[in-house]
Design a protein. Structure first.
Length: 365
């Protein structure tokens, strides 16, 4: 829940008193916590003060507009102040958003084929390439952690690669901030590669966004793990390695299972699998501890059924629709090439609008 600016001002006074307390100053961890909280609250009060001043000046300009002698000058000032008030209200919304504990983290993106058979696997591959291109445009680094490929031959003999499941890491500034709302079921409507009659089919793939867990956040004991090694295989079951390099890790207390076989080294596969395991356990812990604030992975992803959707990709109409915010764009071809900015920005703006900042003008001072 966001804090009223008046409460933020009072809290800053309390924090200033704590910063003069020798017991706080001598405790580096406590000093850091108090300083960080104060740094987060200061912008709220500063913007609120500026907004109060701008609103007061706006009221004065309205009064001047009633005087014929000053009407023209007051009208110009009124228009400028109106823009200023709107901009400050937006800044206040941003300042009032509670800090996210995972802000600035690298993320794991998990894409799974849902309903729709091979076509769902091909769509999962399309989503992977869409996100990879978007990340590349933002100069974020991507690395595939684990994948289960599927290759489909089309009616014309053309083979296309997709994924039953692919997990990849995204490293870069604000990756979590921009992509956190991509979790959910993505539905596609198009003529499948294998369709010979030209009929449109509906398929689905699921996306889950998970912050990369830090070591101190998740305590995984060796006794709670069952580790199996086996020979890696590629699409169709053919062997891709002559040694037991693939790794499957089961976390016995939670039942979480992670498998990785992309690397030729068993050691590297185990390290990647442990990274995914830690992030999944962290996500489950956060969901249990704060279900009202954090979306659980199961509620994000659901069953992958076509009726449980957050977004529809309609290829015949070149249309993308985000059902959460009522956004429809007729530029699907560009979006699938990684031009996601308009979609991501619209979602972030919709979330921002949910932050209440309707502070009555008579409650400002």
């Amino acid at each position: 829940m966001s804090m009223h600016p008046r409460e933020a001002a009072r809290r800053i006074e309390e924090l200033d008193q704590q910063l003069m307390d020798p017991s706080v100053v001598s405790n580096q961890q406590r000093l850091k916590e108090v300083s960080q909280e104060r740094a987060r609250l200061v912008p709220i009060v500063e913007v609120w003060t500026a907004l109060s001043k701008a609103r007061s000046e706006l009221r004065e300009s309205r009064e001047l507009m009633e005087d014929p002698e000053f009407r023209e000058m007051a009208q110009e000032e009124h228009d400028q102040l109106t823009v200023t008030v709107e901009e400050l209200q937006k800044q206040l919304r941003i300042a009032l958003i509670p800090p996210d504990p995972y802000e600035g983290r690298d993320i794991l993106i998990e894409i799974r084929a849902g309903t729709g058979g091979d076509e769902a696997g091909l769509f999962a591959g399309d989503l992977f390439r869409m996100y990879a291109r978007y990340c590349d445009g933002r100069r974020w680094k991507t690395e595939i952690i684990s994948s289960s490929e599927v290759t489909v031959g089309g009616a014309g003999g053309k083979a296309v690669q997709g994924y039953k499941e692919v997990i990849f890491q995204v490293s870069g500034d604000d990756a979590y901030k921009y992509l956190r709302h991509e979790s959910g079921v993505h539905r596609v409507q198009r003529v499948p590669l294998t369709e010979t009659q030209g009929r449109i089919h509906t398929s689905a793939a699921t996306v889950a966004i998970m912050p990369v867990a830090e070591t101190v956040e998740v305590n995984i004991e060796d006794k709670d793990l069952r580790i199996d090694v086996f020979r890696a295989s590629g699409p169709g079951g053919q062997s891709v390695n002559t040694t037991d390099s693939a790794v499957r890790i089961t976390h016995i207390p939670t039942g979480v299972v992670v498998q990785c076989q992309d690397e030729k080294s068993q050691h590297k596969n185990k390290a990647k699998a442990m990274k995914v395991l830690a992030s999944r356990i962290l996500e489950a812990q956060e969901a249990e501890a704060a279900a009202e604030q954090a979306e659980q992975r199961r509620s994000q992803v659901g069953s992958g059924d076509r009726s449980e959707r957050i977004r529809t990709y309609n290829y015949p109409q070149n249309r993308l629709t985000d059902h959460r915010i009522g956004l429809t764009l007729y530029k699907l071809d560009r979006i699938m090439e990684g031009t996601l900015d308009e979609v991501v920005d619209a979602m972030m703006e919709a979330v921002l609008q949910q932050v209440p900042t309707d502070i009555p003008e008579d409650d400002e001072q």
